[in-house]
Design a protein around this ligand. Structure first.
Ligand code: HEC
Length: 120
């Protein structure tokens, strides 16, 4: 008789949601879409453990960090406050269409995250 080894979870949210949660794969998909959409704007590059510009740096590198910060990420993109201003550039994403795309993904992920966590 052999005992099957535990299967590695196929969800990045396996630590907070059970594998059989009905929304876990939808949440995974929404996370990946948001993560890809953040890349061109440097969000994950800047909010990384190895780069600290101020006294603290919010980390949005990993799925769980993004889940925790989902409301704040959505709010920051909605208010167009991120990326922060630099000498030659005002804060935010200058391209309205790109910002709208990112906001749609941030909202989709935030909404799914709220519902998934509340329904378990
Ligand atoms: C040039 C570096 C840089 C880039 C690029 C950047 N940020 Fe930030 N962000 C900061 C700094 C600095 C702060 C203020 C200190 C902190 O909270 O880490 C901040 C704060 C935040 C916060 C507030 C965290 C909280 O406490 O609620 C969120 C959310 C956030 N950024 C999201 C984003 C998103 C989304 C993007 C991409 C559109 C982005 N950031 C791009 C540097 C950056």
């Amino acid at each position: 008789m052999s005992i099957a080894p535990p299967q590695p979870s196929d969800s990045v949210f396996a630590d907070v949601l059970p594998r059989e949660h009905p929304m876990i794969h939808a949440l995974d998909d929404a996370y990946r879409e948001l993560e890809v959409a953040m890349r061109p704007h440097g969000c994950t590059r800047c909010h990384a453990p190895d780069l600290v510009l101020g006294n603290r740096r919010t980390r949005i590198r990993h799925a769980m960090q993004v889940l925790d910060l989902r409301r704040s990420i959505e709010a920051m993109v909605e208010a167009n406050l991120m990326p922060p201003p630099t000498a030659g550039h005002p804060a935010g994403i200058a391209d309205d269409a790109a910002r709208a795309r990112l906001l749609r993904r941030a909202t989709a992920f935030r909404t799914l995250g709220d519902v998934a966590l509340a329904s378990w």
